[in-house]
Design a protein around this ligand. Structure first.
Ligand SMILES: [Zn+2]
Length: 207
C-alpha cells in the first residue's frame, strides 16, 4: 500500500485510506469567533520506503511530462488506469523584471494557467476524482470562490460523476459558466466563504 492511511493532525489517529468522512470524526470542527473551522484535518500518510523502491529519476524521465509522471508519489500504482485531462507539466517562464527587483539571480515563474481548466486546481482535481472513482463514490462536491469549482466540474464530467459546487454569489461569471458548461449543479450563495462553508456542511450531512 503506497498510502497507509489518513492521519488526524490534531489527535494523531490514523484512519483507513478509504474514508467515510473528510475530517477526523473525533476532532471534527471547532468554532473560532463564530466561524466553523477544521480542527481534525487529516493528512495522507505515505509509505515512502515502498515508494522509494518503486521510483527513480530515470523512471520519471522516461514518462510524459505531466502530473502523472510522479504518480507513485501521489499514491497511485504504476499500472493503475487513471483519469487525466493532461494536467501538470506546465512551462517555466524566466522572469527578468521581478528577478531584478528582488535581486534574484534566476527567477522562474510556473505558468499554471496552461492547465486544462486554467488553474493549478487541476492537480488536486486529478487526485480527488480518481480517488472518488476508486472508492466507488457517485458524486463530488466543493466550496470554492471559482477555480477549484470549475476544475472539479470538468474532471467530474469526464469521470461521469455528479458534481455539486457551492460558490459565492459574487463569483466571476466566467467561473460560474465553466461549472455549468461541465454540467455541475452550481449553487450561488450570498455571503463570504466561511458562511457558504456552513451551508455546504449542512448540505453534505443531509444529502
Ligand atoms: Zn482527531
Amino acid at each position: 500500500m503506497l498510502v497507509e492511511g489518513l492521519k488526524c493532525i490534531n489527535c494523531g489517529e490514523i484512519f483507513s485510506p478509504d474514508p467515510k468522512f473528510f475530517v477526523c470524526p473525533k476532532c471534527g470542527f471547532e468554532k473560532v469567533k463564530g466561524i466553523t473551522v477544521f480542527k481534525g484535518i487529516t493528512e495522507v500518510v505515505y509509505n515512502y520506503e515502498e515508494i522509494g523502491e518503486m521510483v527513480s529519476k530515470k523512471l520519471f524521465s522516461k514518462r510524459p511530462f505531466n502530473a502523472l509522471r510522479y504518480r507513485e508519489l501521489l499514491g497511485f500504482q504504476k499500472k493503475e488506469k487513471l483519469l487525466t485531462l493532461g494536467e501538470g507539466g506546465t512551462p517555466l517562464l524566466k522572469s527578468k523584471k521581478l528577478a531584478k527587483k528582488f535581486k534574484i539571480k534566476n527567477l522562474l515563474l510556473k505558468i499554471e494557467a496552461q492547465n486544462p481548466t486554467g488553474s493549478f486546481k487541476d492537480r488536486e482535481s486529478l487526485l480527488a476524482v480518481n480517488k472518488a472513482l476508486q472508492f466507488g463514490k457517485k458524486s463530488v462536491s466543493c466550496v470554492s470562490s471559482g477555480n477549484a469549482a470549475a476544475s472539479l466540474a470538468a474532471y467530474a464530467a469526464r469521470a461521469g460523476l455528479d458534481c455539486f459546487v457551492f460558490m459565492p454569489a459574487t463569483a466571476s461569471k466566467g467561473k460560474v459558466s465553466q461549472c455549468s458548461v461541465h454540467g455541475a449543479k452550481t449553487f450561488l450563495v450570498n455571503g463570504i466563504y466561511e458562511e457558504i462553508f456552513e451551508v455546504y456542511l449542512e448540505a453534505v450531512k443531509d444529502f
